[in-house]
Write a protein that binds this ligand. Structure first.
Ligand SMILES: Cc1ncc(COP(=O)(O)O)c(C=O)c1O
Length: 371
């Protein structure tokens, strides 16, 4: 079976897990949690990191710390439900925004939604390893006192390259600079679930440049136990969201090979381009995406029929995201639409993109698609 995006261990993970076992820190504390958080900080440039059990809980903590409750939250409609469920956990109303030609939140539709509602936060998903056009969104958020939370669950390792000066990005030298997805808004999240670029089987990291907020998130993720008391004192509701030391040990091993994995993902994307005469997800100018998944939009084929044919040939593929505004759960919700997400869902497909794939295997997948 050729899977969509299976785990790919470097070999070091088992060694680190063994070390964690030997230390007997089989708990949501231990040195690998610190190391994992440090490695994300060093790699992305985020000032503060909190390792948690998944990206969904990381988004929940972000909303909780910012006090976004019983409010309106804008989110892209073309995303996974994990971007949206946390909005509901805090009894907020999601407002769905359709996407631009780069498949990410459309700025003009967001602007209209901001004018017509009382939006308190924007959750901006960066999808399929690529990034959203964040600069105008950040500007809109700042002008309207709206918090920006980047859902970079799928896009760890993707970044913006830009030439300064850019007051929005707070960079003042004249060199090309990079800013990682997830590190620009008030909060960002990364996912390490089983099919992501890197995996800890299940896991997430919350990042923020605001130290106080990150501290608060960490406190809430450990049952909001007041640290100055040994006798279990609680003043507010907390959550059991902290990552385990064992999973963090896997994460430390995975982070050592992140750039290798990204190069391979990008190579796989180029192979697909060579073998398929179809449309592919575009990459925003002056950004580097990871091509976590190669996604294609067919000119004439029905993606669901292609998916079936691939399955018959032991090849896993998946539809593109089924827009949130079409979900039974969100019947009657407000949505600002342009038809793009529905069109993408009808015509597109995610192709196998695992980093152990060979060019021969990609060719084999394409032969089935083309047949
Ligand atoms: C865009 C997006 N947001 C959120 C999530 C939730 O991540 P997790 O599975 O780590 O909770 C995922 C992935 O599963 C995702 O793809």
């Amino acid at each position: 079976m050729i899977f969509l995006s299976p785990p790919h261990m470097s070999g070091k993970e088992l060694e680190y897990v063994k070390e964690a076992f030997e230390s007997n820190y089989i708990a949501p504390v231990g040195k690998f949690i610190d190391k994992f958080e440090e490695s994300i900080k060093n790699y992305t440039g985020a000032k503060n990191t909190v390792a948690v059990c998944n990206a969904t809980s990381a988004l929940h903590l972000a909303l909780r710390v910012l006090g976004i409750r019983d409010s309106q939250v804008a989110v892209s409609t073309f995303t996974f439900i994990g971007s949206v469920n946390p909005i509901l956990y805090e009894r907020n109303e999601p407002i769905f925004i359709d996407v631009d030609e780069y498949w990410h939140m459309d700025v003009e539709l967001l602007e209209k939604a901001i004018k017509e509602n009382d939006i308190k936060a924007v959750i901006l998903p960066h999808i399929y390893g690529q990034v959203a056009n964040i600069e105008p969104i950040l500007k809109l958020c700042k002008e309207n006192n709206i918090y920006l939370i980047e859902d970079s669950a799928e896009s760890l390792g993707a970044y913006y390259k830009f030439q300064v000066p850019s007051s929005e990005f707070q960079v003042s030298s004249s060199d090309w600079k990079i800013k990682h997805s997830g590190t620009i808004g008030e909060f960002g999240v990364y996912s390490f679930n089983g099919n992501k670029l890197l995996t800890t089987s299940s896991g997430g990291v919350l990042v923020s440049n605001n130290e106080e907020w990150a501290k608060k998130a960490k406190f809430l993720s450990t049952q909001a136990k007041e640290p100055e008391f040994i006798e279990y004192v609680h003043k507010e509701v907390g959550f059991n969201y902290r990552m385990s030391n064992i999973l963090a040990a896997i994460g430390v091993g995975q982070m050592e090979v992140i750039e290798e994995r990204i190069s391979k993902k990008r190579e796989i994307f180029e192979w697909y381009k060579e073998f398929l005469d179809e449309e592919f997800m575009p990459e925003l100018k002056n950004t580097r995406g990871t091509r976590w998944l190669t996604t294609v939009v067919f000119k004439n084929k029905n993606p669901f029929e292609v998916m079936k044919k691939l399955q018959e040939n032991q090849i896993e593929s998946r539809p593109l995201w089924n827009p949130m505004h079409l979900q039974p759960l969100f019947k009657g919700s407000k949505a600002y639409l342009n038809g793009r997400s529905e069109e993408l869902f009808k015509k597109g497909l995610c192709l196998p993109s695992g980093t152990t794939l060979t060019k021969e295997q990609v060719k084999e997948v394409c032969e089935v698609v083309n047949s």
